[in-house]
Ligand binder design. Structure first.
Ligand code: PMV
Length: 327
């Protein structure tokens, strides 16, 4: 039986969105994306390869997972087993740390933590860049969660050159306030949603064109530490992604009435002179990019409408960490 190894990975929110695959099996994206890793939402996962098991076993938040969830992690474990020449099944325990009542599941931190722990338990010890290509095969957004700070997922052209690169540590008064509008599982998964958009939305080609430009510009905003430019590009890019979704056949939307309330409140905050900008992903929650030093003021304003436990402040998160020897 191999030694158990445990890793913590933080989730990330894309400022330039990944939306669409050009290869469904390898998880090669249609465009490069860029995110901010957050310290408030993370996953801790332990992996041990164990010949006494009949098949992979997966416990999430102390609940044994069913076949479908096991298959998802087995696909990632298989990549490590193949490279390391391991044939033993794995015993995997995972805990999602999200503030109480958020109920947010995170494929980004979950699959990154799994890849990180399997990397150590298998004895492969791949470097972070290569590791990000393994995490990618579990979930596209997990590619970026290998690193902290601002991270680019360079789309590449094949399995080996589609990886994450750290752009900046984001240690310059950057934060994010997450508004939990609804913590239930989304009706249209990101996988199904992006596929439908790529195949049917007439807006999709212009989305790709404009995202390439947004990415170049946001990287210069990060270099110059120009917060206003960073925020304006973030808000615009997120809205363009959601516009492609509205243009799909059949049309769909991830927004709920309270998502619009949250976005409206962010615009009001800006009118009051507080620079902050919203973005949304494949669900109704709204994430507000801000100065960490303004985050409490923003939280106070948002909690005039939303309940306090649904408005969560994060600072920039770190790279994945080996926590095998921590308690
Ligand atoms: O890789 P997934 O299935 O978590 O999809 C991510 C899709 C978005 O969150 C909408 C965008 C992104 O880049 O994270």
């Amino acid at each position: 039986m191999g030694k158990e190894r445990k890793v913590r990975a933080y989730t990330n929110i894309a400022l330039i969105k990944y939306w669409g695959k050009k290869d469904e099996t390898l998880f090669l994206p249609m465009n490069s994306s860029l995110s901010l890793t957050l310290d408030s939402f993370y996953t801790e996962t332990a992996v041990r390869f164990d010949g006494s098991l009949e098949r992979d076993e997966f416990w999430l938040n102390d609940v044994q997972q069913e076949e479908k969830a096991v298959q998802k992690i087995s696909r990632v474990l298989d990549l490590f087993r193949e490279t390391a020449g391991i044939t033993e099944p794995a015993y995997v325990t995972s805990t999602n740390f999200v503030p109480t009542a958020a109920g947010l599941a995170s494929s980004a931190s979950g699959l990154a933590a799994l890849a990180g722990a399997a990397n150590l338990a298998s004895g492969l010890h791949l470097d972070k860049r290569t590791l990000s290509t393994y995490a990618r095969r579990g979930s596209g957004s997990a590619t970026r969660s290998i690193y902290g700070g601002f991270v680019e997922w360079q789309m590449g052209t094949n399995n080996d050159d589609s990886y994450a690169v750290k752009i900046d540590d984001a240690d310059w008064d950057i934060g994010m306030v997450t508004v939990i509008v609804n913590s239930k599982e989304k009706a249209v998964s990101s996988r199904a949603g992006m596929k439908n958009t790529v195949l049917t939305s007439p807006f999709y080609p212009s989305w790709l064109e404009s995202t390439a430009k947004d990415l170049t510009e946001i990287k210069s905003a990060i270099r110059e530490q120009d917060f206003q430019k960073l925020g304006e590009i973030t808000e615009s890019n997120g809205m363009k992604m959601h516009a492609t979704v509205l243009g799909a056949t059949p049309p769909f939307s991830y927004w709920e009435p309270d998502s619009i309330v949250a976005m409206h409140m962010v615009r009001e905050l800006r009118q009051q002179g507080i620079p902050c900008y919203f973005t949304m992903d494949a669900g109704p929650n709204v994430k507000v990019l801000c100065r960490l030093s303004d985050s409490q003021k923003i939280q106070s304003y948002l909690t005039t409408y939303f309940s306090p436990e649904k408005v969560i402040i994060s600072g920039p998160g770190k790279d994945i960490e080996d926590i095998t020897n921590e308690g």
